[in-house]
Design a protein around this ligand. Structure first.
Ligand code: SF4
Length: 279
């Protein structure tokens, strides 16, 4: 396998099923991704989704022994071989995180708690320090489930971060962007649970629809929503679509400018909320 690049988003490594390394521009290092949704199933259908062949549903059961073997082997490669030198360019030869980020919502997996326990076990086995985070990228839909709360507590104890997806804070926008019927109040309830259990960032994708930026009304609703979480969240991660979406519903969407994200970031920062933005 050649060196990883920022544009390489392949989730295929060797003959692995669940674990894949990616080079992350955001973290300036390597992330070890874990994909529990190998059937490309998600309960949402975000119009910017980049999962090829996305279907509605939930993941099948995981072969936990295979997942543990793959994660153990790749961590061993990172710490015991020239893996980072071989796969990452100079300056980015560092492991930033182990990230649960699948081709669909990971917390839908019946095996989610078991997977989190495997990550914690291997972090201990390899003496992985707090510099390497355990990240869960999630739409937050399952946070009222006890097993998920237990899992998130374990993630938190393992240098955890939750990246909680909120792309819009009004019912119409949520329906349009995430293609799911959810009220802002229900998202707020789940976000409250997440942020009470683990360090939590809100992750927001902003993009143009038919070449129009999000409206002032969309932005105002969004900022009004997030400012109530000012003291509960670690910050906001703002980004835009980087590649063509895979869904036909996404044909009309395109990237906003970095200046646009910067303007939104400035507005949010006025409320004392930390914002990182990137394209
Ligand atoms: S939650 Fe993630 S995987 Fe699911 S549809 Fe949205 S972007 Fe795709």
């Amino acid at each position: 396998m050649p060196q990883l690049t920022f544009s390489d988003h392949s989730r295929v490594f060797k003959n692995y099923t669940y674990v894949y390394p990616v080079l992350s521009r955001r973290s300036q290092g390597i992330s070890l991704g874990i994909n529990l949704n190998i059937n490309n199933a998600c309960n949402w259908r975000c119009i910017y989704c980049q999962v090829d062949g996305l279907v509605r549903g939930k993941p099948n059961d995981i072969a936990l022994d295979k997942l543990e073997y793959e994660l153990d082997q790749i961590i061993s490669l990172v710490f015991n071989t020239d893996f980072l030198i071989e796969y990452a360019p100079t300056g980015l030869q560092r492991l930033n995180d182990i990230c649960i980020s699948g081709n669909g919502e990971s917390t839908l997996s019946n095996n989610f708690l078991a997977v989190v326990k495997i990550i914690a076990k291997l972090r201990t086995k390899y003496n992985i320090t707090d510099k390497v985070k355990t990240i869960l990228i999630t739409n937050g839909s399952e946070f009222e489930q006890q097993d998920i709360q237990k899992s998130v507590t374990i993630i938190s104890e393992n240098s955890g971060e939750i990246w909680f997806k909120i792309d819009s804070a009004d019912t119409r926008g949520i329906n349009l962007i995430n293609q799911v019927n959810l009220s802002p109040e229900s998202i707020a309830k789940k976000l409250n649970i997440a942020s009470s259990l683990c360090k939590t960032y809100i992750q927001t994708c902003m993009f143009k629809i038919q070449n129009n930026n999000p409206t002032n009304e969309n932005i105002n609703n969004y900022i009004h929503f997030i400012k109530q979480f000012k003291d509960k969240i670690a910050g906001i991660l703002l980004y835009s679509v980087a590649r063509n979406p895979m869904l036909p519903e996404g044909n009309n969407i395109s990237q906003v400018s970095l200046e646009f994200l910067s303007t939104i970031a400035n507005k949010i920062e006025q409320y004392g909320i930390n914002v990182k933005y990137y394209i």
